[in-house]
Design a binder for this molecule. Structure first.
Ligand code: MHO
Length: 212
């Protein structure tokens, strides 16, 4: 795989962050996913002390495989951004953090196209490059961690919990356990991940253990 990667970050609030982390984890253009909090002003947000922040998923994607517009369309297709009010103040609002003026321009354009298509105003709160605070470990790769055996065999492949969370493998499997993504596609990708033979064997066994 000699293609030059073009890494870009996107930060999305679309309800409880467990779901979107799993959903976006399936796409071959997605390199890494992480849950967290953003969009507010209160210092050091946590799940129990979220203040005026919103649950978000932060995604690093490869723009040579998937465009920012693709991500925006998946984002707006996958939650109701036409509502004025959301359950629990700002915790579950529709939020888009843009990380560059280029992203802002594209976001405005896609938003307008969709508003014309649906004849309704999109209420997504669009903010410029606000800080992202990672959520607690237990909220990272939440659905994958429901599979005790799979998690136990994957953990030793990583030096620490953070590198597990940041891995493409964990992102894909966290999608896969929720029926996001296909087993064949993941198997095809495994050789791109430059794993050791041992790690590859563990991963193939883990895949066999989960979902069925
Ligand atoms: N426990 C909540 C949502 C969790 S999400 C991390 C529920 O299932 O209603 O906000």
């Amino acid at each position: 795989n000699r293609r030059a990667k073009q890494l870009e970050t996107v930060t999305l609030g679309m309800g409880c962050f467990w779901g979107p982390e799993s959903q976006f984890g399936q796409y071959p253009g997605v390199i890494r996913t992480q849950t967290g909090f953003s969009g507010g002003t209160s210092p050091d947000p946590t799940y129990r002390n979220i203040g005026d922040h919103t649950e978000v998923v932060q995604i690093v994607f490869d723009a040579s495989l998937m465009t920012y517009e693709d991500i925006l369309n998946i984002f707006w297709d996958s939650h109701d951004a036409f509502k004025d009010r959301y359950y629990k103040e700002r915790q579950y609002i529709s939020l888009l953090i843009v990380h560059s003026t280029e992203q802002l321009g594209k976001a405005e354009k896609v938003k307008k196209e969709r508003e014309n298509r649906y004849g309704k105003q999109i209420k997504t709160d669009i903010q410029y490059d606000l800080p992202f605070y990672p959520a607690e470990d237990r909220h990272q790769k939440y659905f994958l961690k429901r599979f005790d055996k799979a998690t136990a065999s994957l953990f030793p492949l990583f030096s620490d919990h953070k590198s597990f969370v940041h891995s493409t493998i964990a992102a894909r499997l966290n999608g896969f356990v929720r029926e996001n993504g296909r087993l064949d596609n993941i198997k095809d990708e495994i050789s791109d991940w430059q794993l050791t033979k041992e790690a590859e064997t563990i991963l193939r066994e883990t895949l066999r253990d989960i979902r069925w």
